[in-house]
Each structure stands twice: as structure tokens, then as C-alpha cells.
Design a protein around this ligand. Structure first.
Ligand code: PMP
Length: 357
């Protein structure tokens, strides 16, 4: 096999090599069934076993209370921007921390009223609300929605916002990366393609009461109701069978590393090594404010666009991919999700240390 790239893509992003190898080994004949997971009917005990195991491993990683359950949906995190207000009702309060949070807010406003209660737009989305900051969420809000990790800006909450209304979180880009008290949330969703698997699967974790009893408008289509999926074990219609299988393998890989606490320690150490190298470099400026820095997406700039081009070119010849910053922020971005090996981060650190302009 040709050498694998140092993959710093923002999503779809790196998957654990051992997961890919297991998929490869079982691709044509999954465990003696005589067929690939892709070719199985989802209405069989064998496939149900695969889906239920994926669901249960995620539940056990998060130590999920009985009050909550895991669903596998489609349509990406972007569809959740609409499903949240369609199911929980108009009147949500939103913290706007940049592109994806903005899109979630805009989509909620298509459904009805939605309130922007916090925004870092004026400062270029360099920060998220502080740990001790009191968010002014009206008691009448249907829910509070925030984005735990802002993939494009490289900012991340290091705490759970304390609000007096149901809590909803887009965890797309830090799902499975650290322990979270999921029981404190009414709803969490995450597109799988960063930390949890391939694109095409959205993991939703929520309170059973909320997921199973639809109280929205009668005009909300069947497929857009959580209850439809919850009451049918995520198999109301044909799910992304193969994607869910890979999500299950990735979840088991996290479990085998030692679970979310162990994963978090690895993620902290990778991020620390990279931020240290960046902070020590005279040509580098970070995008995110210190207290808002993300462990998943590290965003920075050099002094000139020419320097950035040169660094990117050197990175490319060193086998690194995905370091160009998102067009709305510019500069560079290293996405160092769970599956990005420490060796890849070490290679990037070396490259930055040796870069003189
Ligand atoms: N939320 C966040 C935080 C994201 O990073 C992304 C994708 N980059 C999305 C939502 C949108 O996800 P999807 O492409 O799965 O709709």
C-alpha cells in the first residue's frame, strides 16, 4: 500500500487505519455471511446486530442514562438545523459562533422565531462564550442551541453552558473526542464525518421523551420527525447501512483506546504540541482567542499570503494534506481529529519549527 498522507482535512477527515483495515478485510465477505455489509438487507437480524452494536457502543462511551437514546439519521448536521426547530418548536435561542451556528440560526428562522442571544461576529468569530459568562437566555425560549466546536474558526467551548431551558448542541466536530455529560442535554447531533466515521450518517442523541413524542405542526413530513426514526430503531427507511457499520467500528476503536477520557488526553496532548510550536513561532498568529481554542481545529495565519503559500507547498511535499484554511477565514487550519496520529502532528510541528518564511 502506498504511504498514507498526514491527513489534516476538516471533514471528511482521517479514519483510524485499523478501522480501514478491518473494513478492507471484511469488505467482500463480512464475517462468513457471504456478502458485504453494503449488500445486506437492513431488515435482517445480522444487520440489526451491526446497527444495535454501533448504537450501544456509543451509548456506553457516553455512559448514556436510560432517559436518552441514540439515533442514526441522514441529511447531515445541516438537516438537523431544520429538524431541531421543526420538532422542538419555534422560539429557540442561539449562540452565534460562526458559519455553522449562523446556518443553524437562519434555518430555525425559516421555521419561525429564533433569537440570537450571543454572537462573536463583530470580533471575527474568534471566541465562544466564556466559562463564567452568564448567557441571557429568556425563560420563554423553547431551547438553547450552541455549536460546541466551530470547525471553521477553530474555537471550542471547554464547558457546558448553564441555561434554564432545554439544551441542544451541534457536536459535529468534537463528537467522541472527550467525555460529555450527555444526560444534561435534551438533544445532541453530529455529522459523523469528522470524528465518528464516514459522511452520510448523523448521530443524534436525545431524551427519549423528546425524540418519541412528536408535538410539532401536523404539516411536518414523516421523515423530519424524530419520533418516526426513534420508534423504528433508526430503520424507518433504508439507513446508511455501511456508514453506520463504520461508525460502530470507530466507536469500538475509541473504546479500545480507553474510552472518551483517554481519547481526550491524547487530543489534549496533540493540540498542546501544535499550539506550543505555533505560539513560539515569530511569524504565526492564531485566529482563536486563547480561552476559546479548539483541540480539534487549529487555525492560524502567517505574516503574508506568500509565506502561507510556501508553508502549504512544503507541507504538501512532506505528505500533508488539508492545511489550507477555510475560505471565510483564510490562513491555515490543521484539523487534528481523534484519528489523526500523534506522528502526523509531530511531523507538522517539525515543519512549523523549521519554517523561516
Ligand atoms: N456543524 C458543524 C460544526 C460542521 O463542522 C459542519 C460541517 N463541516 C456542519 C454542521 C454541517 O455538516 P453536514 O455537512 O454534515 O451537513
Amino acid at each position: 500500500m502506498a504511504e498514507r498522507k498526514h491527513n489534516f482535512n476538516a471533514g471528511p477527515g482521517a479514519l483510524p487505519r485499523s478501522v480501514l483495515e478491518e473494513v478492507q478485510q471484511d469488505l467482500v465477505d463480512w464475517k462468513g455471511t457471504g456478502m458485504s455489509v453494503m449488500e445486506m438487507s437492513h431488515r435482517t437480524p445480522v444487520y440489526e446486530g451491526i446497527l444495535f452494536e454501533a448504537r450501544d457502543v456509543i451509548a456506553s462511551l457516553y455512559d448514556l442514562p436510560d432517559t436518552h437514546e441514540v439515533l442514526f439519521l441522514q441529511g447531515g448536521a445541516s438537516l438537523q438545523f431544520a429538524m431541531v426547530p421543526l420538532n422542538l418548536g419555534a422560539g429557540g435561542a442561539y449562540a452565534n459562533t460562526g458559519t455553522w451556528a449562523t446556518k443553524a440560526l437562519e434555518e430555525a428562522r425559516r421555521v419561525g422565531f429564533a433569537d440570537e442571544v450571543w454572537s462573536s461576529e463583530k470580533s471575527g468569530f474568534k471566541s465562544v462564550p466564556g466559562v463564567h459568562e452568564v448567557l441571557e437566555v429568556p425563560e420563554s425560549a423553547t431551547y438553547f442551541h450552541y455549536t460546541s466546536n466551530n470547525t471553521i474558526y477553530g474555537t471550542q467551548y471547554q464547558h457546558r453552558p448553564r441555561v434554564g431551558v432545554p439544551l441542544v448542541c451541534d457536536m459535529s466536530s468534537d463528537f467522541l473526542s472527550r467525555p460529555v455529560d450527555v444526560g444534561a442535554y435534551d438533544l445532541i447531533y453530529a455529522g459523523a464525518q469528522k470524528n465518528a466515521g464516514p459522511s452520510g450518517v448523523t448521530v443524534v442523541i436525545g431524551k427519549k421523551d423528546l425524540l418519541r413524542s412528536f408535538t410539532g405542526e401536523a404539516t411536518v413530513p414523516t421523515m423530519l420527525r424524530y419520533a418516526t426514526h426513534a420508534k423504528n430503531d433508526s430503520m424507518y427507511n433504508t439507513p446508511n447501512t455501511f456508514g453506520i457499520y463504520v461508525v460502530g467500528l470507530v466507536a469500538k476503536w475509541v473504546r479500545d483506546i480507553g474510552g472518551l477520557a483517554a481519547m481526550h488526553i491524547v487530543n489534549q496532548s496533540k493540540a498542546q504540541a501544535l499550539y506550543e510550536a505555533l505560539d513560539a513561532h515569530p511569524l504565526v498568529t492564531g485566529h482563536a482567542e486563547l480561552a476559546s481554542r479548539s483541540l480539534m481545529n487549529v487555525t492560524f495565519r502567517l505574516e503574508t499570503p506568500e509565506q502561507e503559500k510556501r508553508l502549504l507547498a512544503r507541507a504538501e511535499s512532506a505528505g500533508m494534506e488539508g492545511l489550507k484554511g477555510h475560505r471565510s477565514v483564510g490562513g491555515l487550519r490543521a484539523s487534528i481529529y481523534n484519528a489523526v496520529p500523534e506522528a502526523s502532528v509531530a511531523a507538522l510541528v517539525d515543519l512549523i519549527r523549521g519554517f523561516a518564511g
